[in-house]
Ligand binder design. Structure first.
Ligand code: PLP
Length: 456
């Protein structure tokens, strides 16, 4: 078959590819062909800065020589063998590396292939744990989660998830979950300041745990920042407060670090910033540097040991994914961790965070920006119609999408979450590229909010 033309690709993309989280009736094809570092090139030869890390997963840039070589080397050995009752030397090395990098007692790694499966695995493990611990507590079978939480798109994940838009359609299929209002540093109630924010928000956690702990299996949360909720940031001390309360009330803690893990917030794990060790830890997205699908659910010794016994006792975890722990993906995950150390990616992050923060401070002054801030290399710019009265834009205006569309015209690829512009470039982004991304965000906001004023 001869190479299709850009027009054919555009036509086939519309016709045959059903895109995730996309209204296909309105889909505007954006078709990448190549990448290098933080730059992507589309089929027309147009260049874009990758301001979303190809959906929050690219860390070291596209076509990184060390990552590329790791996959080639693994291909010389074998592309795939299964973890169902067998193993692979590369996957074993990754498990050991992850255990070494994460705090004790997270000493066991269950591999799967996406963030959704990593959390689904954690939920099922937590549930089964209480049926098999000594003494068994089968009545501890419910989960607590935050409003606005996002943990993936399987039915279990959507059940604990708190984004109404994603839940609405599937309500009858979901299990019941206890819900705690998510803390949000940009929406603290009147009279609550930064210093007492955590304590204030932790009261909601304690209320639920005190009342329901006898029936609780686990508290599941995204540490420090809730991603899909709109990059919602938690006050300092909240995360460790949740850990203390879950310990006190004998409830497992599941940390979903699918988005915030792998250096995004400035430390390898977000939990490290508040010296928190969860009982179950979920990693995906950045785990392979944004190269291949791979996920890991790490568990404590206590959780792991509850599943041990003769086969006949029925303690086995009957769950698995065909490609979980795939050796090619494991090889590039190992290389991702190597590069993180070799290129001192985390050491160079504070200066980039500072620079991004300066841009955010400036943007926060804009008449149609309600809130702009960042943590590590995760930034948010929230648009608002009327800043003084805090009146949002009508959702049907799709202001966030319009701003990102405008940014694309200026050569920066961004994706919104409602009216929040998410800024999440690869960790390897240069200062110049950061400046360009943020100047583009400002310019795009100017253009779109001006057009909007003219419409009114
Ligand atoms: C993206 C995400 C997931 C789901 O990961 P997939 O690989 O898309 O299935 C789960 N939890 C969080 C916090 C995420 O950001």
């Amino acid at each position: 078959m001869s190479n299709p033309t850009p027009e054919q690709l555009t036509d086939w993309d519309r016709r045959y590819v059903w895109h995730a989280f996309t209204q296909m009736a309105e889909y505007e094809p954006l078709i990448f062909e190549r990448g290098d570092g933080c730059t992507l090139v589309d089929i027309h030869g147009r260049q874009y800065l990758d301001g979303v890390s190809s959906l929050w997963c690219n860390l070291h840039g596209h076509r990184h020589p060390v990552l590329d070589a790791a996959i080639r080397q693994q291909l010389e050995k074998v592309a795939h063998t299964t973890l169902l009752g067998a193993s692979n030397s590369t996957t074993i090395k990754l498990a050991k590396r992850l255990v070494d990098l994460t705090p004790h007692p997270l000493n066991h790694v269950f591999f799967s292939d996406s963030g959704a499966t990593a959390v689904e695995v954690a939920l099922k493990m937590a549930f089964q744990y209480w049926r098999q611990c000594n003494p068994p507590r089968p009545e501890k079978n419910r989960f607590v989660a935050l409003t606005g939480a996002y943990h993936g798109d399987t039915l279990g994940d959507v059940s604990v998830g708190g984004v109404e838009q994603y839940r609405r359609m599937f309500g009858p299929l979901l299990f019941d979950v206890l819900r705690v209002p998510a803390p949000d540093v940009s929406r603290l109630p009147p009279g609550v300041g930064a210093a007492d924010a955590a304590a204030h928000c932790l009261k909601d956690v304690e209320d639920v745990l005190r009342e329901h702990h006898r029936s609780l299996a686990a508290f599941v949360m995204e540490p420090l920042i809730q991603g899909a909720a709109g990059i919602v940031m938690q006050p300092d001390g909240y995360l460790c407060g949740v850990r203390e309360l879950t310990r006190q009330y004998n409830c497992l803690m599941i940390a979903d670090e699918v988005a915030v893990g792998m250096g995004r917030t400035g430390t390898l794990l977000a939990c490290q910033q508040e010296h928190v060790v969860p009982d179950l830890l979920c990693l995906a997205k950045g785990l392979t540097g944004g190269y291949l699908p791979l996920a890991a659910t790490l568990t404590s010794d206590a959780v792991y040991e509850a599943f041990l016994g003769p086969h006949s006792e029925g303690r086995t975890f009957f769950h698995g994914h065909t490609y979980g722990g795939n050796p090619l993906a494991a090889a590039v995950a190992l290389a991702t961790l190597d590069v993180l150390q070799q290129e001192k990616s985390l050491e160079s992050l504070p200066s980039k965070t500072d620079r991004l923060g300066k841009h955010m401070e400036r943007l926060a002054q804009h008449g149609h920006v309600r809130d702009a801030r960042c943590r590590g290399l995760i930034g948010r710019v929230e648009l608002v119609k009327d800043k003084r009265s805090d009146i949002p834009y009508d959702a049907s205006l799709r202001m966030g999408a319009k701003v990102c569309r405008a940014a694309l015209d200026y050569g920066v690829w961004l994706r919104p979450l409602g009216d929040v512009i998410v800024v999440m470039p690869p960790l390897v982004v240069s200062m110049d590229q950061l400046d360009r991304i943020m100047q583009t965000v400002a310019r795009a906001i100017d253009r779109v909010t001006r057009d909007d004023a003219r419409d009114c």
